[in-house]
Design a protein around this ligand. Structure first.
Ligand code: SAM
Length: 180
């Protein structure tokens, strides 16, 4: 199966901690393999996400990247495709079939989401600039919707193996079991 990696640009400690955490947790829950964070180095944030993986399972990795341009260059050299989520791009329903065929045929996807300000060069570096509606909203919402359309909902049934905790779904109330 080809890989899905999410790159979050422009992280700022304190101001973005909650939102970047949500980007990473959303990436994990919706089936991405790895999350990369560029901007200010924030080990506390990365360790927080690692603890979620320890408790709830799966193989999701998180890492800080110092030079995101190099990450993009290397990605392309290895044959992967770069998807930039932006309100200015082609609207998702008009492009997702093309991207999905590439992904299903074995191309790895690097999905880039911005922070407060996105470097202009990203629009030309990306293979695809994709909008989830051409309206402004949030990197978390854009990422979730993109990943869901890409995988056609299959990710919602994914099992996260190796965790310490598992939810037994209930119509009412909460049931969590500890796995030894
Ligand atoms: C709060 S927005 C800031 C965007 C910023 N004003 C800019 O320079 O583009 C943060 C990120 O959310 C994502 N985003 C927001 N609205 C989007 C949309 N309609 N479609 C796709 N991505 C979107 C983009 O990745 C964007 O970089």
């Amino acid at each position: 199966m080809s890989r899905i990696v999410v790159l979050r640009l422009g992280h700022r400690i304190i101001r973005d901690q909650r939102l970047t955490t949500h980007v990473l947790l959303t990436a994990r829950a919706y089936g991405a393999d790895e999350g990369l964070v560029a901007g200010e180095r924030d080990d506390e944030l990365l360790n927080g996400v690692r603890r979620v993986v320890e408790n709830w399972g799966g193989e999701f990795k998180v890492n800080y990247v110092e030079d995101w341009r190099k990450v993009l260059r290397d990605w392309r050299e290895r044959g992967g495709k770069i998807i930039h989520l932006t309100m200015y791009g082609i609207n998702l329903p008009d492009i997702i079939d093309e991207v999905r065929s590439l992904w299903r045929s074995g191309r790895d996807l690097l999905i880039v989401v911005g922070g407060k300000k996105v470097p202009g060069e990203l629009y030309s570096i990306a293979d695809y600039n994709i909008a989830v509606t051409n309206q402004p909203h949030s990197e978390v919402a854009a990422l979730a919707t993109f990943l869901d359309w890409l995988q056609e909902g299959e990710e919602l049934r994914r099992e996260f193996k190796g965790g310490k905790l598992k939810i037994i779904p209930q119509r009412r109330g909460k049931r969590v079991v500890r796995i030894d």
